[in-house]
Design a protein around this ligand. Structure first.
Ligand code: RBF
Length: 343
């Protein structure tokens, strides 16, 4: 029995050294180890924003001796997230809980009231003033604005050659949430209208973060309605949007990661977040004892955490030099802070 236990503990430590995820003993630690729990609000598959989160934390753990990082997937039932995070805190297994999602700060604040010693590092969300919680929010307005700008540029280009089209760009979102409705959607619209004030946004909801078939149906309907370029922010459902667009000669703008290679020629823009690096850096900062709990930071293009990929060969091949020049000059103005889009 003792041997078995020792083996289990060793497995946990070994996994921890490699920054490994499940498979080890969740959060088991000795006096010499630090344990980090990575809470995924959803599932990793199909959601690169979460894959990058886990990769960044695990890279930091792998580079620091005696640190175990364990991934816990919260699943798609959002009503269960708070109890899942509460159990993580109640277990006492994690020195730090890391997550990423605009809805996590409120959940962490509830858990923190019950377990004040629990520390949280949260990306893509914002809450200031709780001594147990540090947040780093991305400027999603900038990400969305750059996406809207390229969508309108490409759309205008296709429009001039196609009869009966309208000045309309598409946005397929998984669900409504305050960041989507109040920041991403208006940012996308404003970016498109910077190209031509006549642009409107055809905004539709999948209803979940995984249904690729529904994503395809919505995209098809949009395309039939005259939409030529679609931004998709719907996790695993993005795959369906991409498929429908490529079959019908429409174009797609990708969000969070470089998506050009997913469907060369169809993906005409990639606005991205440097979430892997942010997760890595903030975890290193925590491990060095320097993470300023209680504070909320906001980072954007000028800080190097939000960007638009302009040097990918698929982008160069898919988009005309004139459009690339117009998009490039927008990005340069945001990067140099000559254009301040707000937060
Ligand atoms: N983004 C994903 O890529 N996959 C998800 O499963 C996912 N679930 C979310 C659930 C909620 C309740 C909220 C508020 C956001 C979710 N996001 C998800 C969106 C994510 O936080 C971010 O807004 C987008 O990835 C755009 O950067």
């Amino acid at each position: 029995m003792k041997k078995v236990l020792l083996l289990i503990v060793l497995t946990g430590v070994l996994f921890g050294c490699r920054g490994g995820n499940s498979g080890g003993v969740a959060g088991r630690r000795t006096a010499h180890t630090q344990s980090i729990g990575i809470f995924i609000p959803g599932v990793m598959s199909g959601s690169p924003i979460y894959e990058m989160l886990a990769q960044g934390v695990q890279r930091a753990a792998a580079e620091t001796s005696g640190v175990i990082a364990t991934v816990i997937e919260g699943g798609y039932n959002q009503a269960e997230w708070e109890s899942r995070v509460t159990s993580m805190a109640a277990s006492g297994d994690y020195d730090l809980i890391v997550s990423s999602n605009p809805s996590l700060p409120a959940i962490a604040a509830e858990v923190s009231a019950k377990f004040p010693k629990q520390r949280f590092l949260l990306l893509d969300g914002e809450l200031a003033g709780n001594p147990g919680i540090y947040t780093m929010r991305y400027n999603q307005r900038e990400q969305a604005y750059m996406a809207g700008h390229i969508a309108a540029l490409v759309s205008s280009d296709l429009w001039s050659t196609a009869a009966g089209s309208t000045a309309k760009v598409g946005l397929v979102a998984a669900q409504e949430y305050p960041t989507m409705n109040n920041i991403i959607l208006p940012g996308y619209r404003d970016g498109a209208q910077a190209v031509d004030p006549a642009f409107t946004v055809d905004f539709r909801l999948v209803g979940n973060w995984f249904d690729a078939e529904r994503g395809a149906e919505i995209a098809e309907d949009m395309i039939l309605g005259g939409v030529k370029v679609i931004l998709c922010i719907s996790g695993g459902a993005n795959e369906g949007v991409l498929k429908a667009a490529s079959e019908r000669g429409a174009k797609v703008v990708w969000f969070d990661i470089n998506g050009y290679a997913l469907s060369p020629g169809t993906v005409v823009g990639s606005a991205i977040l440097h979430q892997e690096r942010a997760a890595y850096e903030q975890t290193i900062r925590y491990l060095a004892g320097n993470l300023p709990f209680g504070s909320a930071e906001v980072v954007g293009v000028a800080d190097g955490y939000v960007d638009f990929i302009e040097d990918d060969p698929h982008y160069l091949a898919a988009v005309s030099p004139e459009i690339r020049k117009a998009q490039g000059s927008l990005i340069e103005r945001i990067r140099s802070r000559a254009l301040d889009l707000g937060e």
